[in-house]
Design a protein around this ligand. Sequence first.
Ligand code: ARG
Length: 271
Amino acid sequence: MDATSQRFLMCRPTYFAVDYAINPWMDPTAPVDTALAVRQWEQLRRTYLDLGHTVELIDPVPGLPDMVFAANGGTVIGDRAMAVQFRDPQRADEAPAYRAWFEAAGFEVYDPKHVNEGEGDVLLVGDHLLAGTGFRTAHPSHAQLQEVFGYPVVTLQLVDPRFYHLDTALTVLDERTVAYLPEAFSPGSRAVLRRLFPDAVHATMADAEVLGLNAVGDGRHVVLPAQATGLAAQLRDRGYQTIGVDLSELRKAGGGPKCCTLRLRQGKASQ
Ligand code: ARG
């Protein structure tokens, strides 16, 4: 299996905190160690650099504790970037910050007409854009994604509030394969996933509950939460090389490695 070198956007968790609860993982009364969050995040960044990937950085903004979750900053394919619109007011000001970064970096920026939380809910696998809905990204935004990028969009209905973003329930391993937690999807969406990915890896609830599916693959390596040992073994059986990272502090906000990582894909957007 060949690794494809990736370009990522990340945001250092300088102002990370859990001050509000917008998903079931977040408990504002539990202590959070921001310095430890920064060290864990640095380890993730170092892992990408050691794999030969490029990491771009966006400046963190005080008062936006969830801005570390760069996956929610947009959806990027080729020279097009679709900006985001958050469901929750607590995260609203992240959208213009990421939008400005895309503009400055030279992307053609499209504005969302509906709630759209970027790559948290939008994943490209081969020639399909998988788009989650049910908790955050609104269904009508899927049609806009298809217009902007010119890839067929496959709507997937999320049903478990712990797996509120698609990237907490499904991992893209390479151009044709994914790993996912079947229980996180509606019966119809499970049938769609079986049809599209008959060889997919089915994760266990135990691995999903440590956000094991919030992983980043490059076709050969998969960077995933260190605690997801069962999933790592399943992936190694399939020939992937797994690299565990500990992001326990960030998990207190409901995020893992993939949430911290926005793919700046080189692929072709529609013409
Ligand atoms: N606290 C953040 C939220 O609830 C976590 C976002 C995680 N990001 C992701 N791509 N799943 O919005």
